[in-house]
Write a protein that binds this ligand. Structure first.
Ligand code: AVJ
Length: 322
């Protein structure tokens, strides 16, 4: 198990994201008749900054609504999570929600953060370690859309934490497979505290993913800058535009980059041609009713113990048990 030292934190790198594997994912996506790019590539340093900005936008209700549910219902949530647990967060934990949770759960035995962005991971893990000196903090640099195993950790139970409705970025069959892997990871008596965005009026959703200031557009276009830098591609960001639409039938937001003209882009030895108005899918964000998500959770090896929502039923925080 290879490690790297930052300050007094050991970052586990055993499952470091496989850059060659991601290059293949990019090439495969661009070779498809309906082109697509892996949304995990949004989160380079610039992308993470832009997402921080998105989470503060008026139109993007998800982050503030989930945080409000945490603040209002933290006693019930903390008692569900229980004492002496190992808390495993998918994503780097720089959110206010992580701290609200760590402030209220009793004697956590350890905190594990898993993130594909090494910079974000080390920064936020160091901040958590500084804020909670007695807490055993273990950052793992990994791509959690793929398998990875955890070092043995002593704790009463293991509870996974997956906020923000990032579960929505998986197609339902992938989400079910992911939940099944989490159920295996937390084991008997283990749990999952998860944020799930609720189905609602398409006008609210379309605004949330296409804000007036164009921050989401910049976040979406930034994936091309990341691919240029990481894989030596020649994308011109000014030759694409952002598009986000709610697909009522599929129950998901679809984000695209639309080619503004006929163009050819090289990526290494490979050339890709884009027609005028051709779309590249960069993200899906599925929305669920509480019942629909319960069916998915059961398919993933969990049963739903608790669902907390805001007064306007915009968002839900759910506690699932294996
Ligand atoms: C952080 C993945 C939950 O899908 O709502 C925000 C990312 N995409 N605006 C989401 C995102 C466009 C966000 N997640």
């Amino acid at each position: 198990m290879s490690e790297s030292q930052t300050e007094n934190l050991t970052v586990l790198r055993a499952h470091a994201p496989d850059i060659e594997g991601i290059r293949r994912e990019v090439l495969d996506g661009l070779r498809k008749p309906e082109k697509s790019l892996p949304s995990k590539l949004f989160y380079d340093e610039r992308g993470s900054e832009l997402f921080e900005e998105i989470s503060e936008l008026d139109e993007y209700y998800l982050t503030r609504t989930e945080t409000a549910i945490f603040i209002d219902r933290i006693d019930e949530i903390a008692s569900r999570v229980g004492s002496g647990v190992i808390l495993i967060e998918f994503g780097s934990g720089n959110s206010q929600k992580t701290r609200i949770l760590l402030d209220h759960i009793l004697d956590p035995a350890g905190y594990v953060a898993i993130d594909i962005s090494q910079e974000k991971l080390t920064d936020s893990a160091a901040a958590i370690a500084a804020a909670y000196p007695g807490l055993n903090v273990l950052p793992i640099w990994a791509d959690y859309t793929h398998d990875f195993d955890l070092p043995a950790l002593e704790g009463s139970r293991t509870v996974a934490f997956f906020p923000g409705s990032t579960i929505g970025n998986f197609h339902p069959h992938e989400a079910e497979a992911f939940l099944r892997r989490v159920a295996e990871l937390v084991g008997e008596g283990g749990g999952l505290l998860i944020g799930v965005d609720i189905k609602k009026d398409a006008r609210i959703l379309n605004l949330a993913y296409d804000d007036a200031r164009g921050v989401t557009a910049a976040f979406n276009l930034n994936i091309l800058a990341h691919i240029n830098r990481e894989f030596g591609a020649g994308f011109r960001l000014d030759r694409f535009r952002h598009q986000a639409t709610y697909n009522e039938e599929q129950g998901r937001i679809e984000m695209y980059l639309v080619s503004l003209e006929d163009q050819t882009v090289s990526l290494g030895e490979t050339e890709f041609s884009f027609g005028r108005d051709e779309r590249v899918l960069t993200e899906v964000s599925y929305k669920y009713t509480v019942d629909e998500f319960e069916r998915l959770a059961v398919g993933g090896g969990f049963h739903v113990k608790d669902v907390w929502t805001d007064p306007n039923q915009l968002f839900s925080v759910q506690y699932l048990e294996v």
